[in-house]
Design a binder for this molecule. Structure first.
Ligand SMILES: Cc1cc2nc3c(=O)[nH]c(=O)nc-3n(C[C@H](O)[C@H](O)[C@H](O)COP(=O)(O)O)c2cc1C
Length: 182
């Protein structure tokens, strides 16, 4: 090998080695909530519609949800034990999973920072809706999509419960754009 080529190859090797060292240095161990706060965005949020024991309805913003089965179609939602929605789902085993449109940004904030114990979020948010086909839980007119689910199982996960719901009816509003947190 020529001397010049050998020098070039050695230089490239040294540079690669140094960059690997810096990459390792940049990944630092940190408190979980700080790492997650940075890693979670952009994220999708949904609204969970449930029924209160008095027959009225409640809305809750949720970020912790996922599709869990194709056939039958199923979604899982993770709900904190302290949420009023948790009480509602323990009592009435159905929920509507609502994918919000961009126009629903304010409603997402309202439903995520107030409890249905103290407020009727449907009235406060001036929410337009019609009764769904499964158990008449409200389908939100401004939403992008809405899935009427029946709870088929439940798992405790720390201070939350994961409710798994089978989709019975699905709704789509083709004119709407999905809202997400960024
Ligand atoms: C962006 C966002 C995401 C949230 N995600 C969840 C979630 O996945 N699970 C949960 O239990 N609470 C979540 N919350 C908190 C509830 O929405 C909030 O505590 C709400 O007031 C509960 O309402 P409720 O008491 O009427 O059920 C979230 C709040 C916000 C703003």
């Amino acid at each position: 090998m020529h001397k010049k080529a050998l020098v070039m190859r050695t230089k490239r090797f040294i540079l690669l080695d140094i960059s690997k060292y810096f990459r390792r240095e940049m990944m630092k161990q940190i408190e979980m909530s700080k790492a997650y706060m940075k890693a979670r965005l952009p994220s999708k949020g949904v609204l969970i519609v449930s029924q209160k024991p008095d027959g009225n309805h409640n809305l809750m913003t949720a970020e912790w949800f996922m599709r869990t089965s194709i056939d039958p179609p199923m979604f899982a939602i993770s709900v904190g034990h302290s949420r009023y929605t948790h009480d509602c789902l323990m009592d009435f085993r159905y929920f509507n999973l609502v994918f919000p449109s961009k126009e629903m940004k304010d409603l997402m904030a309202l439903a995520g920072s107030n409890s249905g114990r103290d407020m009727d979020k449907f009235t406060a948010g001036d929410v337009e809706h019609f009764p769904g086909k499964l158990r008449k839980l409200p389908v939100l007119k401004d939403a992008l999509a809405c899935f009427e689910c029946e709870i088929t199982s439940q798992i405790k996960s720390g201070d939350h419960s994961i409710f798994i719901g089978q989709v019975r009816h699905s709704w789509l509003n083709n004119d709407k754009e999905l809202f997400y947190y960024s």
